[in-house]
Design a protein around this ligand. Structure first.
Ligand code: FMN
Length: 362
């Protein structure tokens, strides 16, 4: 068994110095209300988890167009900046660092969020997916393919959100390039059916990603505080690709050129639990820090770090249930079990009421 204390060694992601290698994965919790603005309950949730080496926020919509679910937060209005500032101040007061995950859902959305208009995508074909709307779970709506001329405006929306993230006191931003959302809708051959310069070969399909990254670097003010999350090879919400290794190698090169702080990769795992070798394809061209995610335990995470496959490892469900995850790893203590029935919803239950070790003992 690998010594999990490896995870408690410091590391560096660009300009960010992490006291440990346990990253809190981005986790949508649908608790920021119709205003899509963090309040005191959200501040408390992030404050509780400030001992993570790095916290990545839940997906934060960059613009009204970028929204796809009920009660998820945004970062396009001044009052949202104020709401997030209270979060970043609480995390900093607890000694932590936090990145904003900048999110555009693309076609994983519903007309009810857009005054009846169609969501936008690389394509006009609908995903086989559902969105949580005011009427409950609904199939996502058929999108409208973005016109070539609109893509500069999409990149500008990302830039605007990156400026807002800086104002809100975030230490970094993570571009959400994963999980079948807008950027992956451009990246993957199974979704992108465009005939313009933003489709076709890998260079065309990765063009929007490169332009978005440039806009975010400009907006936030430095590549060494910008990371990106990728999940190529998982096929989430129909985002399949006929050559995921080739796509990852190309995208890795695009990111290497820009000198980003980190690449956060949702590593595909087979149904039998075997990790695929796609991380090696990414690492063939990307030589900076890698954060791996998906199904890790402290043991398997320590092994990934020891093998040099990961510089840090993100934990999703474990951080939902264990606000003091680094301390539990340090002590080799048992973990609380997450309750999936309260992952999404409202209120403190299943959100801010998971006990720390001393609270459980008391
Ligand atoms: C409730 C929930 C919400 C999630 N929200 C996001 C999100 O906003 N952005 C994102 O990139 N991934 C999101 N994910 C995926 C997680 O970041 C993570 O990749 C996934 O949970 C697998 O890691 P785990 O096995 O450590 O939980 C979410 C997962 C869960 C369970």
């Amino acid at each position: 068994m690998t010594d999990t204390r490896t995870l408690l060694h410091p590391t560096r992601l660009g300009a960010l110095v992490l006291p440990n290698r346990l990253v809190m994965a981005p986790l949508t919790r649908t608790r920021t209300g119709a205003e899509r603005r963090p309040g005191p309950l959200n501040v408390e949730y992030y404050r509780q988890r400030a001992t993570a080496g790095l916290l990545v926020s839940e997906g934060v919509a960059i613009s009204p167009e970028a929204v796809g679910y009920l009660d998820t937060p945004g970062l396009w209005r001044e009052d949202q900046v104020e709401g997030w500032r209270a979060v970043t101040e609480a995390v900093h007061a607890g000694g932590g660092r936090i990145a904003a995950q900048l999110w555009h859902v693309g076609r994983i959305s519903h007309t009810s969020f857009h005054d009846g208009a169609a969501p936008v995508s690389s394509t006009s074909r609908a995903a086989d997916a559902r969105s949580y709307t005011a009427a409950g779970y609904e199939p996502v709506s058929t999108p409208r393919a973005l016109a070539t001329e609109e893509l500069a405006r999409v990149a500008a929306d990302y830039r605007h959100a990156a400026v807002a993230a800086r104002e809100a006191g975030f230490d970094a931003v993570e571009v959400h390039g994963a999980n079948g959302y807008l950027i992956e809708q451009f990246l993957t051959s199974g979704v992108n059916d465009r005939t313009d310069a933003y489709g076709g070969d890998v260079a065309g399909r990765a063009r929007l990603l490169g332009e978005v990254v440039d806009a975010v670097v400009e907006g936030f003010g430095g590549a060494d505080r910008v990371g990106i999350r990728l999940s190529v090879g998982n096929g989430t919400s129909g985002a399949t690709d006929d050559d995921p290794a080739g796509l990852l190698a190309h995208v890795g090169g695009v990111l290497q050129q820009r000198g980003l702080a980190f690449v956060h990769y949702v590593e595909p795992v087979t149904p039998e639990g075997r990790r695929t070798d796609l991380t090696a394809a990414l690492r063939s061209t990307w030589h900076g820090p890698v954060v791996l995610a998906q199904g890790f335990t402290p043991d398997s995470a320590a092994e990934a770090v020891r093998e040099g496959r990961a510089d840090a490892v993100a934990f999703g469900r474990a951080f939902i249930a264990n606000p003091d995850l680094p301390e539990r790893v340090r002590l080799g203590a048992a973990l609380n079990e997450p309750d999936s029935s309260t992952f999404y919803g409202t209120g403190a239950r299943g959100y801010t009421d998971y006990p720390t070790l001393p609270q459980r003992a008391a």
